[in-house]
Design a protein around this ligand. Structure first.
Ligand SMILES: [Zn+2]
Length: 372
């Protein structure tokens, strides 16, 4: 359950709305009603909906720019704190990242400009009192778009400004070093925001600061992971000792295996050694409740698992997992036989070991597997 409901598709991206956002709308409506009756409630709710329409267009700006470089955006989720466009992968070229990052704020510049052409006025009082009803709807909406541009250009992750900064640094320093510096600048910015928020008693600012701080650390971690994944071969990272289920197994057999082993997912492998699918613990439990213990595993397993060769770099497996949202990536040898799999947990364990400077012992004999 993802706590968000789909609204529809635009340019190939599913627009989803998070349930907490609906709660925010209801709350704003209730406050408006208590203060100024039904018309005030309607005005407040309409304004928030208009603001989030602008946020959605901002995210679509990123999505359209990403598509130019062949990067899909499977979904865009609206949260009370803003929009979140999930790109299938991150652009590797700094110039591409700059274009994609700037495309979002550019949309808000255009919206503000259009509103101003149609007579909206912006001055500093509109900017500081957005919720004041003495300004017209268009004035306030134009002001919000200016705020969205300024806020997003703050040079800190996860704001677009942070991405532009990282990409600009990456042109000279390489991605890893650029991300570390950009993350540090982001954390310093977050710290300054937080301190200012504390002294001025602005709780929202403190909240944003914590959010920005965590996002900066997460971004640095993600890039570090990809950096390591680029050096490790799949064969050195995969789960190679596991219990598999035959295609004839039932969910009951799988439940037995779940208890007997520490595995959380079970490959379903046929007599010829080929992978037919993967049964996850969640799917197993869901099937037990929905259709009972006698359900064949082939009916509830995840089919069409992404596959890599053992000689491929782990980076390829991480990418496939992110792009397909599959629970694992299967590893098959040149003869097509299933030899292991890579899971998210697997990768995080490897990263933890990497962080502790652990290196796999060099093998006595060269790996028998070719590059995948
Ligand atoms: Zn953005």
């Amino acid at each position: 359950m993802s706590w968000s409901i789909p609204l529809g598709r635009v340019f190939g991206s599913e627009i989803r709305i998070h349930l907490t956002f609906l709660i925010l709308l209801a709350w704003i409506g209730a406050v408006g009603y208590a203060e100024g009756g039904a018309s005030a409630a309607l005005d407040s709710v309409a304004f928030v909906v208009a603001v989030f329409a602008c946020v959605t267009l901002h995210e679509l700006g990123h999505a359209v720019a990403a598509r130019r470089y062949g990067i899909a955006t499977p979904d865009i989720t609206l949260l009370p704190i803003g929009g979140l466009a999930r790109l299938a992968r991150m652009p590797e070229k700094p110039t591409e990242e700059i274009v994609i990052a700037l495309a979002g704020p550019l949309v808000n510049v255009v919206i503000a400009a259009v509103l101003m052409i149609f007579g909206a006025g912006i001055d500093t009082t509109t900017l500081s009192s957005l919720e004041q009803p003495q300004f017209s709807f268009a004035d306030r909406l134009a002001a919000v778009n200016v705020v969205l541009v300024l806020f997003n250009l703050i040079p800190a992750f996860p704001m677009d400004g942070g991405r532009v900064l990282r990409a600009a640094l990456a042109l000279k320093l390489g991605r890893r070093r650029a991300t570390d510096i950009a993350a540090q600048i982001g954390q310093a910015t977050a710290f300054a925001f937080g301190a200012y928020g504390l002294f001025s008693g602005n709780a929202i600012l403190v909240f944003i600061a914590i959010f920005v701080y965590l996002a900066a650390s997460a971004e640095a971690g993600q890039v570090g992971l990809m950096e390591q994944a680029r050096r490790v071969r799949v064969v050195d990272a995969m789960v190679s000792r596991f219990e598999a289920l035959p295609p004839t197994a039932s969910v009951d057999d799988a439940a037995e295996a779940l208890i007997r082993t520490t595995q959380r997912e079970f490959p379903v492998v046929d007599g010829a050694g080929h992978l037919r699918g993967l049964l996850t613990r969640d799917a197993m439990i869901h099937a037990l409740k929905a259709s009972g213990a006698a359900t064949p595993v082939v009916e509830v397993m995840t089919k069409d698992m992404p596959v890599v060769g053992p000689g491929a770099f782990l980076e390829a497996a991480v990418r496939l997992m992110q792009e397909t949202s599959a629970p694992a990536v299967a590893v098959a040898g040149v003869d097509g036989r299933f030899i292991g799999y890579v899971t998210q947990e697997n990768i995080s364990e490897l990263m933890m070991l990497g962080a502790a400077d652990w290196q796999r012992r060099p093998k006595a004999a060269p790996s028998p597997w070719g590059r995948g």
